[in-house]
Each structure stands twice: as C-alpha cells, then as structure tokens.
Design a protein around this ligand. Sequence first.
Ligand code: 13P
Length: 238
Amino acid sequence: MRLVAGNWKMNKSPEEARAFGQDLSRAGLPEGVRALLFPTALALEHLVATVPSTVGVGVQNAHPEVCGAFTGEISAAMAKEAGASWGLAGHSERRELFGECDALAAERVSGLLRAGLNVMFCVGERMEDRERGLTDRVLRRQLGALKEEDLAHQRLSVAYEPVWAIGSGKAAGPKEATEAVLMIQEFARRPLTVLYGGSVNPTNVERYFQSGELGGVLVGGASLNPQTFRELLVAVAL
Ligand code: 13P
C-alpha cells in the first residue's frame, strides 16, 4: 500500500502534536493508503495517544547504542518504548547541518533495525552533484555505507530526497524521481519500497505515482497542517 509520511522536523510542541492527532482522528482517514508521522521525540507519546491506531509514528533520529554517555541523544529502544514503530536515518538535514557522515547514518540504521523498528533511510544529492552528473555516484556512496544485511532487511525503506528540492518549492520532476527509485532498487537488488521527498504538496503529489514505481512520499512542510496532510492521503489513496 502507498505510504504518505510526514516529517515534522523541529516543529510542533507535545500539545500541538496532541491537537493534530485529535484533528486527524475526528476527520477520519481514507482507506487504501498508509499514514506515518515523524514528530519530535518529545511529542511521540502525545501523538501516539491521539492519532487513529492505523497511523504509524516514528522517531526522527536515534543513537545506535541502547544507552550510555551520549549527551543529547536518545536510543531507538527508548523511542520504541514511547510508541515509535519507525525511525528516520540519514536525513540530509542531519548530514548537512549537523555534519553526520555516511558511516554514522548507517550505524543509526543498524541500531533502529536491532531495536525492531522499521527504518526510512534518506539519500539525496546536492544541486552541484546533479549539475556535475554525480547523482548516481552520490546515491551509491550513501547506500553503499549500509551493511549488506541492513540493505537486504525487510524493514528497510529508502527515501530519495534531493537536497535542492527540500523546503525550496522546487520539487524534482516525476522523471527524476523515478530514475532515482529504479537506481536505488537496482543497487539493493530487490524491489524495496522507495519514497520521494522534497516540496511535495497535495497539488503535485499524484504525478509521482504515475510511473507505478514509487512506494510513497516523505513530506515536510505540507504535513504540518492536519487538513493538508489528510488531502495528501486522499490524493494518494487507491
Ligand atoms: P519539504 O516537503 O518541506 O520540502 O521537506 C521534505 C523533507 O525533508 C522531508 O523529510
């Protein structure tokens, strides 16, 4: 089933997350589409308590160790206890703004899988990479950092999020998105679920599914409003 995932980034307090969950529950969800939300870690429990039970809730970032002297980090096991069933790893904001390297992103993936969570691993090139024809090479490098068994894991999905399309209003075209999906699946040597992310909204979302290759979308800004998030679900539902 197609997946619409909302990454809230550093938005929504616990109380705002609760209100969002209540709004979504009141409005009801369309059939034929899976919904998933990534609130801040502080709001996990508030969202889990209020969204319809079919909505998955995930953690945006988790340390590979279960516990220890890692100030400011939380573990996948802790997120799971708070109700998370998914985890993001390798988001370009972690890579670009917090200097996280391929190896750390890959370790975070392993930690999430070990904790029993589903993982959405993000990859994507910068505009200068694309202009220099390096998109494939960047995606292969990011994917190649994963352990073989993690790449083969049934609980791993990949989100293709070109850095230049995130929060810019310049969404990638369906052709660019489809090319990346096929490249990622070829690299993984299996038909794993690949999502597209970057300036997706209710108006442009349908075009990504026309090729039949995309497993879902990962949405930032347009997932923050419950009505707009629901519009995305309705547009994508089969
Ligand atoms: P926008 O939809 O705001 O471009 O963000 C995309 C994103 O980074 C989702 O992880």
